[in-house]
Design a binder for this molecule. Structure first.
Ligand SMILES: NC(=O)c1ccc[n+]([C@@H]2O[C@H](COP(=O)([O-])OP(=O)(O)OC[C@H]3O[C@@H](n4cnc5c(N)ncnc54)[C@H](OP(=O)(O)O)[C@@H]3O)[C@@H](O)[C@H]2O)c1
Length: 318
């Protein structure tokens, strides 16, 4: 099968079914215990928020198309609690997911929050309809969005508030300046950015301390390698979105995706686990936030926190 003929779903399922934890060098799996996110090691966001390097992306807990209520809200809340049980203490969300649904479910499922839980949310995109994601980086919108997120998440202060994307119609300095004001007012602890280039990051860092970047990045799409390098050099967290590569959507060398698939097969793990382990090995600045609507997939993904590849294996993926 060539990479071109593999659909995203087929690719995601390759070797995932039935493998579970088989082949993982997991002490906890061997003992029959639940896999723990802590096996991925920790990262201190902003120098003071220690989180496991295996997070959870809560975009998929809404209805289809990231719109409306999930088919089974009870299951969605169960999924969030299971993530915390597995040691996940970084949950990524946004006001635009649902919209509002993802944040509200997090509040319902997890409040009062465990002390070490970091909820990272975002503002700056709106959803006029299921099909549309629109920019709104105007200061007045960001203020209103942040205050609404605080209410939905039942928080006095958001640990990590990210600008979802630069708004081409609004000077970036104006958007970032408003986040700085929200931070000074105590509504936001740390500020992160998303879908930023190196130049945009530089501009933002001239105005405020930026502690994280969330960009699309995976084994098959490394267009943000330059941004990752800046993060790694300067101690910023890099949260790769779409951490699970799919051959038909990636811009990077499909040879790497093929090699990762072969590696997964040899090690008896799922391609998704291999993709996550590759990210963890790629840079200590990387904090994957794989998203899923399924408890079984969550458990599989968190188990990858303990998966280690040898330098030779990593070299083959490139
Ligand atoms: N900043 C941004 O612009 C931006 C954009 C997109 C996403 N994000 C963030 O990044 C997070 C991750 O991104 P993402 O959700 O697009 O991509 P992803 O994590 O790469 O992929 C999610 C997809 O993979 C499937 N999946 C997950 N685990 C699986 C497993 N073990 N086996 C088989 N299929 C599996 C999910 O389906 P099932 O539900 O069936 O498991 C879902 O369709 C999001 O939750 C969100 O927090 C940010």
């Amino acid at each position: 099968m060539t990479s071109k003929t593999i659909t995203r779903r087929r690719f995601l399922q390759t070797s995932a079914a039935a493998l579970g934890l088989a082949g993982l060098p997991l002490a906890s799996a061997a003992e029959g215990a639940a896999p723990q996110a802590a096996a991925a090691g920790t990262f201190k966001i902003g120098g003071d928020l220690a989180v496991c390097r295996m997070g959870f992306g809560a975009m998929r807990i809404t209805g289809p198309g990231i719109w409306g209520e999930p088919a089974d809200p009870v299951e969605a809340r169960k999924l969030l609690r299971r993530a915390v049980d597995l040691g996940v203490n970084l949950i990524d969300t946004a006001d635009a997911y649902g919209p509002e649904v993802s944040e509200r479910l997090i509040g319902e499922a997890l409040y009062p929050y465990p002390k070490d839980l970091v909820i990272a949310t975002k503002g700056g995109l709106t959803r006029p309809s299921r099909e549309r994601w629109e920019h709104d980086g105007r200061p007045e919108h960001l203020r209103q969005a942040c205050e609404a997120s605080l209410r939905r998440l039942r928080l006095d202060r958001i640990d990590l508030y990210q600008l979802h994307a630069p708004d081409p119609k609004v000077p970036l300095a104006d958007s970032i300046g408003e986040l700085a004001r929200l931070q000074r007012e105590g509504k936001v602890r740390h500020v992160g950015v998303s879908n930023f280039s190196v130049d945009e990051l530089k501009l933002a860092r001239g105005i405020i301390e930026v502690v994280s970047v969330q960009n699309r990045y995976n084994v098959g799409d490394r267009r943000s390698e330059d941004v990752l390098r800046v993060c790694a050099a300067d101690g910023l967290a890099f949260l790769p979105w779409a951490p699970l590569a799919s051959p038909e959507r990636e811009a990077g060398p499909s040879a790497s995706i093929e090699a990762l698939g072969q590696l997964a097969k040899r090690r008896g793990v799922s391609v998704i686990q291999a993709a996550l382990a590759w990210l963890l090995a790629r840079s200590p600045a990387i904090l994957p936030i794989p998203g899923t609507s399924s408890v079984a997939h969550l458990e599989e993904n968190v188990a990858a926190a303990a998966l280690r590849f040898t330098p030779e294996e990593l070299a083959r993926v490139g």
